[in-house]
Design a protein around this ligand. Sequence first.
Ligand code: DQA
Length: 144
Amino acid sequence: MRVQVLHGPNLNLLGQREPDVYGHVTLDDINEMLDAEAKTLGIELRKSQSNSEGDLVDAIHDAAGWADAMIINPAAYTHTSVALRDAVAASEFPVIEVHLSNVFAREDFRHHSFIAPVAVGQISGFGKDSYRLALHAVKGIVES
Ligand code: DQA
């Protein structure tokens, strides 16, 4: 089973960025945890991060033909990007949306996701465990 993980804008700054919201976990910590978890689940992972909307659209297109599923944290583009939503809607594989923070407990503008209606589901508010939970969800979805 192959899963593409896509991290959106500003997630490269995790660890330094708004630690009161995101804690001290870094993107490397998340990726290392995912690698370890994927190994136990028999999942092959590819991971990438971009601050650019177009690069994220390209990464969704590029996953076609390789990925059985995708885990995406679209970060701020969650709340703004029709282009990312259309790319997810066009993808043939299931997509799970994740957020470290509970977006519904934050500012009103974070309560709307352009991605959620075209994703299989959304996991929000569990810190780096949001990604771990998504990996387990993906395994269940792909194997069902
Ligand atoms: C985030 C939540 C978004 O609202 C925010 O723009 C982010 C991170 C999260 O993981 O909690 O950059 O996606």
